[in-house]
Design a protein around this ligand. Sequence first.
Ligand SMILES: Nc1nc2c(ncn2[C@@H]2O[C@H](COP(=O)(O)OP(=O)(O)OP(=O)(O)O)[C@@H](O)[C@H]2O)c(=O)[nH]1
Length: 553
Amino acid sequence: MARSGASRGPGIPIAVPHAVAGRRGAGEDYVPGQPALAPQEDEAEAAEMIEGALVRVSARMGMVQPAAGPTGGDDDGEDEPAEASGAGADATAEAVGREAAAAAADAAAASAASAAAVPLRPLSAPPVACLVIGMAGSGKTTLMRALSDRMGVLGQVPYIINADPAVAHVPYVANIDIRDAVNYKEVMKQYGLGPNGAILTALNLFATKFDQVLELCKRRADEVSHVLVDTPGQIEAFTWSASGQIITESVASEMPTCVLFVLDVPRSRSPTTFMSNMLYACSILYKTRLPIVVVLNKTDVAKADDLVGWMRDFELFQKALDDDRDATYASTLTRSMSLALDEFYAGLEVVPVSAATGDGLDALVGAITRAATEFEEGYALEAKASLAARQEQAEKDRAASLARLQADVEGRPAPEPASGEAAPIGLSDAAGSGLRTSMGREVVDALESVREEGGAAARTRGELMREAPALGVFANGRRMPGWEPSDDEVAAAQSAEAVAAMGAAEEEEDEEVEEGEEEALQAVREMARAMRDKAAADKAAADKAAADKAAEA
Ligand SMILES: Nc1nc2c(ncn2[C@@H]2O[C@H](COP(=O)(O)OP(=O)(O)OP(=O)(O)O)[C@@H](O)[C@H]2O)c(=O)[nH]1
């Protein structure tokens, strides 16, 4: 469960959520819990309150006497000390205010410098999809919120999909929310399932509508820079389910896609736990074949230096294992596994962040940009090469079967297949060379057309609409207010009814035909029986006549 953004520390510059982005300029900061557009008077009042609080805190710390006030002041006529302390307080308040202003200016400059250094995708490029995956409680939802906020500061426009049906509250505005379409509790009731089964079923139901989700994403492609997808905490429900695979592959066939694997740093400080997590990340890489960014989250609680060190230096990890007090037989296994993972670490993007404080988010945005380039330059091009190879092979096969047909027609022996001819290249062969198995013509075409278009498509920033009614509702229970079936859906329902009525009529006819057939069969049977009886009677009469004749003789 995510905690609300309002619980962040004050002064952390975060972006305007996209829901209000249209009302406020890109790059302007706001503090969670405050209205996005505070009126000027409120700001002045708030500044006064802060100044007063600073003076009181300074006084408590012995830096200065608090100024005499209407309640705490000494009103017995001894104006002098009060005035003196008031003057001191004013001076300190001024100094503290100056310091605070300087610190704020420094922070703003540092934030701007950090933002300027972030490699961002060109505006004309298609949006990058980020599948946020991680163990339960690793901070996926909190990261979604923090990342989308920070992207707003950087002038990017994230589009958010919540694919976690069981989450009670999300701290961001989801543009598409699985919960608008599937009521997870209703699924539990209707299908008699437990929580995990219901999550899986809800995902399956969502997957059946995913073409519509993609359609909505495509419609927004010119306006948005990133598509962030929050996934269920039950990681295996997404990574190892058919629906998870459908969702992943569908997204990857439409736009550059990467996986953000979120890891809980405080809970991964033991080398063995860390290794288990990294094995999971590795398995996701091999399953999805998408670029993966490992996000080491919660660095405000525990530094990620050790973990990064373990990935960069094999010896350090071995030493950590030596020092591990809980060393068991598993450590020996971990030792040998770590050797195997060394290569996996080599090309891995690892970014320590704190979703709570916002630390490291710029680095994460940069890593996402690099992952998108990796997708386009590596995965997509390899897919294109694989597609070309498959087409070439299909052409060869066609020519060979034509030659065989020709030989057959002319009565010649069929030509032998050329020796050493490459076997048809199937998807699994393509996968063997590091290609994504699922990528088909669509992705290559889409990527090519985007490249051809170059910078033609200019993205416009604006307030993004919630797409709640778009998918309709396909598990009873939660109907969004204002949801109406579309004309297409009504037409589909009507034609389904018509087809059902036709089917019923045909069945009735069939039954009638069957009844008639049965009657005819019965009549034939009776006729046959009568003929049989008559033949038997004739035979008996003939036998009797013959016997009588013999007796007479
Ligand atoms: N200190 C700290 N706490 C964090 C951070 N990120 C998340 N949390 C906390 O970790 C807990 C889980 O966070 P969520 O964002 O709900 O995690 P999740 O992975 O989405 O959870 P599930 O969807 O239920 O699996 C919450 O209490 C968060 O406040 C962080 O960077 N620092």
